[in-house]
Design a protein around this ligand. Structure first.
Ligand SMILES: *Cc1c(COP(=O)(O)O)cnc(C)c1O
Length: 436
């Protein structure tokens, strides 16, 4: 498979190169030249297949000449060894729970699959790489867990001191082995700047293989299509068209849904549900794309994105035709007040607890319902994180102490190991040279 850059200047590359480069030199995004379409009988008989079997058919359509199918099968089984159930919470209403992985957020799908695929290529070529990531919280946990104990890969995670939640910090700093945490005495932007400077440092790069685990890496997008297809396979028997509501920030998750749709999966509509960083809902209304800079802080902070990095991909999936994007995707946006009301409503009506991001996806379905005029569909809202990752906010809304899953509880007992780092590039560089 060949991939092109959405900016149209950089050369086309194969998927292995796209994964290790992350970003094309022209600063666009890598996109498959053609989205492979799976045959109708695959979709029709998909209810007979397991999650891994569905995932394998999708992944092998992208990797067919690069990774033999039997090896891809092993990679998928190892990377995604957790469930993605569509939990029915009302008649025709389902919550697609994407937080059964190690960091309890949906980014586990992308990070673990990317780690497995990178490790496969590195072993094959007998190479090693060093991944540098700056995180403001959630991505770091998924990347740390995803790459933990992966042969041929070292990971350095930079996070701003005192600016990530306790649980997030523990997820970054308690693994050890090939995962090193750096606690930077500054902001997330300082962390990002250190990483960017390292990538531009010719001396460092000539001696060491550096790579990013950026959320726009194509290897993080493909595995996110798996769970849409899996949800479809389990819900199609109900005989209703399906609507997916996706709580969105950088729009990787929604783009992955559209990839599954373009591969032949029947979908009535997607709902793009955002917080007040509503660049895409506004675009869907007017056709104008106006970034919000700087982005606005909200309680659904993993979606505080004012210029979504995957937006060019989303458009490209529809051949850059606004009318087609608008026909398939309906956009709605919510304030923090509305988000809190959503958390309370889901608890009251269905006795089910959701995180702020998930509440926004739920609210998106309510507005979709009034738009679609009660036309009967199976409604699916994606739950992108377990509520316990956002415990203080959720407990405040519900006025009650909530149980914490064992996996997170255990973390709080573990000891944090992190190297303190200043915001000076020279300090970071000498640390890296010592460690690499
Ligand atoms: C990253 C994230 C999102 C946003 O996903 P995008 O792919 O960036 O749109 C939503 N919810 C949670 C919990 C996240 O961590």
């Amino acid at each position: 498979m060949q991939l092109y850059s959405t900016n149209g200047i950089s050369e086309k590359v194969g998927i292995e190169e796209a994964i290790f480069q992350g970003l094309p030199a022209d600063n666009g995004l890598y996109m498959p030249e053609k989205i492979p379409v799976l045959p109708d009988n695959f979709w029709e008989s998909s209810h007979e297949l397991s999650f891994s079997e569905i995932a394998l058919e999708i992944a092998s359509a992208f990797f067919e000449n690069e990774i033999p199918k039997d090896e891809l099968k092993v990679l998928i089984k190892k990377a995604i060894d957790f469930d993605a159930p569509s939990n029915q919470i009302d008649k025709d209403l389902y919550c697609l729970e994407l937080w059964h992985g190690p960091s309890m957020a949906f980014k586990d799908f992308g990070a673990r699959f990317m780690a497995a695929v990178m490790s496969y290529f590195l072993k094959k070529n007998n190479r090693e790489i060093n991944i540098l990531v700056a995180t403001s919280g959630d991505t770091g946990g998924a990347v740390a867990q995803g790459f933990y104990n992966t042969p041929n890969i070292n990971v350095f995670i930079l996070y701003p001191k005192g600016k990530v939640s306790d649980i997030q910090e523990k997820q970054l700093t308690t693994l050890g082995k090939n995962v090193k945490a750096l606690e930077v005495d500054g902001t997330f932007d300082d962390c990002q700047k250190l990483v960017k400077t390292a990538f531009l440092d010719a001396e460092l790069r000539s001696n060491h293989h550096l790579a990013s685990a950026n959320s726009i890496n194509i290897a993080r997008l493909i595995p996110q299509s798996f769970y849409y297809a899996y949800a479809y396979s389990r819900l199609k028997e109900k005989g209703l068209p399906i609507v997916f509501s996706v709580p969105s920030g950088n729009f990787g998750n929604l783009s992955a849904g559209v990839i599954a749709y373009k591969m032949g999966m029947p979908v009535e509509h997607f709902v793009a549900a955002t917080n007040v960083n509503k660049v895409v809902p506004e675009y869907l209304k007017s056709g104008d794309y106006t970034p919000i800079k700087p982005s606005i802080s909200t309680i659904s902070n993993a979606m505080d994105v004012g210029d979504p990095s995957n937006f060019p991909r989303l458009k490209a999936l529809f051949g850059n035709k606004y009318e087609e994007v608008k026909d398939k995707i309906k956009g709605f946006a919510y304030t923090d007040e509305e988000t809190k009301e959503g958390i309370a409503e889901v608890k009251e009506k269905f006795d089910y607890v959701v995180c702020p991001h998930t509440a926004i996806a739920y609210l998106g379905l309510k507005d979709y319902r009034s738009f679609s005029n009660q036309h009967k569909v199976s409604e699916v809202f994606l739950s992108t994180a377990h509520y316990a990752k956002f415990l203080p906010d959720v407990e405040k809304v519900l006025g009650d102490k909530l149980p914490i899953p064992e996996r997170l509880e255990e973390l709080t007992q573990k000891e944090k190991v992190a190297t303190s780092m200043s915001t000076t590039y020279e300090d970071f560089k000498s640390y890296l040279i010592k460690e690499l």
